[in-house]
Structure formats: structure tokens, C-alpha cells
Ligand binder design. Structure first.
Ligand SMILES: [Zn+2]
Length: 182
């Protein structure tokens, strides 16, 4: 989940692009092709995931890929074209943990402006405590709140989502949280 590198070549004709204000009155610099004049727009990407729960425990995955290889995360990844946010979150949970879940409500929406991403996490109920992690995951296991490896979490949005989850659970009421991550 890194910031994307700048566009280098035109998607239409392959010519090296230049970043400049387009000629149509746009007020942001865009990657403009000097040959065919195509303007390439870059917009935030959605990262979708789940907080999978088994009784008192939450499922975390130890990452087997960069960035943050070896750190723990909730199952999450980039949303694909042709799927809803909930479908993407369920797909990532299956791919990264091989976990069977029942999806619940949207739980956190986090703007990570610095890297041009929006992260969305759904709560989910695990239907089994048997997991079958894919290649992206070294290990998938359940954690009680007291054992969460807070210093070994892969991403700030995972930390914030887990903090919201345990706080809401203590209150006995889950609600949607919207956060801006600096
Ligand atoms: Zn071009």
C-alpha cells in the first residue's frame, strides 16, 4: 500500500509525459502527453478489508509480502474494478486468510491523504476458526485484545480500526467511525 509513482509514459501512445497544467482550465498539474495531448487523471485508491471476529478474538494476518513484510494486519487490499466495497473486503479476507465469514456493517472509513488512499473496514463474523492463508500471508491467527501485537502492526489504519473495535465492544455498541490519518 505505497504511494504510486508518477506516470512516465502516455497510456495511449507511449510518449514520455510532462506534468503541467492542462490547457482546459484545470487548476492541477496532470501528466499530459505532448504528442497526443491525452491528460492522465490520478485519483485515490480504495483499500477494503474486514475485522473478522471469533468469539472474543480477532483474526490477524502476518504479511508475507512488502511493504511491511513480517508485520501483522487485518485482511485488506486494493479494491478491484467490478466489485463492491463489501465484495472486495470479503475477497481479500478469503485470499489472505482463507477465512469463511459473514459480513456485518461498515465500521471504519479512513482518509489517508498522504498516500492517496481511502481505507474501509467492515466487521465480520468468522464461521470457522480454520484458516487457509494464501501466499501473501505467513500466518493467520486469532488474538485476544490483551495479546494484540500493537508494536508489530503493519499499518496505522489497522491500529486505528482495532482501537475503535475494542472501544466500541467495551461500550456494547458498534458504530461507523470516520477518521483522517495524517
Ligand atoms: Zn500520447
Amino acid at each position: 500500500m505505497n504511494f504510486r509513482s508518477p506516470i512516465k509514459h502516455c497510456r495511449e501512445c507511449g510518449t514520455a509525459v510532462v506534468y503541467r497544467l492542462p490547457d482546459d482550465g484545470d487548476t492541477r498539474e496532470r501528466a499530459v502527453c505532448p504528442a497526443c495531448h491525452t491528460v492522465h487523471y490520478e485519483n485515490p485508491l480504495n483499500v477494503v478489508g474486514t475485522v473478522p471476529v471469533w468469539g472474543e478474538q480477532v483474526l490477524l494476518c502476518k504479511r508475507n509480502i512488502e511493504p511491511r513484510k513480517g508485520k501483522w494486519t487485518l485482511p485488506a487490499g486494493f479494491m478491484e474494478l467490478g466489485e463492491t466495497t463489501a465484495e472486495g473486503a470479503a475477497r481479500e479476507t478469503d485470499e489472505e486468510a482463507g477465512a469463511q465469514i459473514q459480513m456485518l456493517d461498515l465500521f471504519t472509513v479512513m482518509n489517508v491523504v498522504r498516500v492517496g488512499q481511502v481505507h474501509l473496514y467492515y466487521r465480520a463474523t468468522l464461521l470457522s476458526d480454520r484458516f487457509n492463508p494464501g501466499y501473501e500471508t505467513q500466518e493467520a491467527r486469532l488474538y485476544h485484545e490483551a495479546d494484540i501485537p500493537w508494536d508489530e502492526l503493519a499499518f496505522r489504519t489497522v491500529r486505528e480500526t482495532l482501537l475503535c473495535f475494542f472501544a466500541d465492544r467495551r461500550r456494547g455498541r458498534f458504530e461507523l467511525h470516520t477518521l483522517d490519518i495524517g
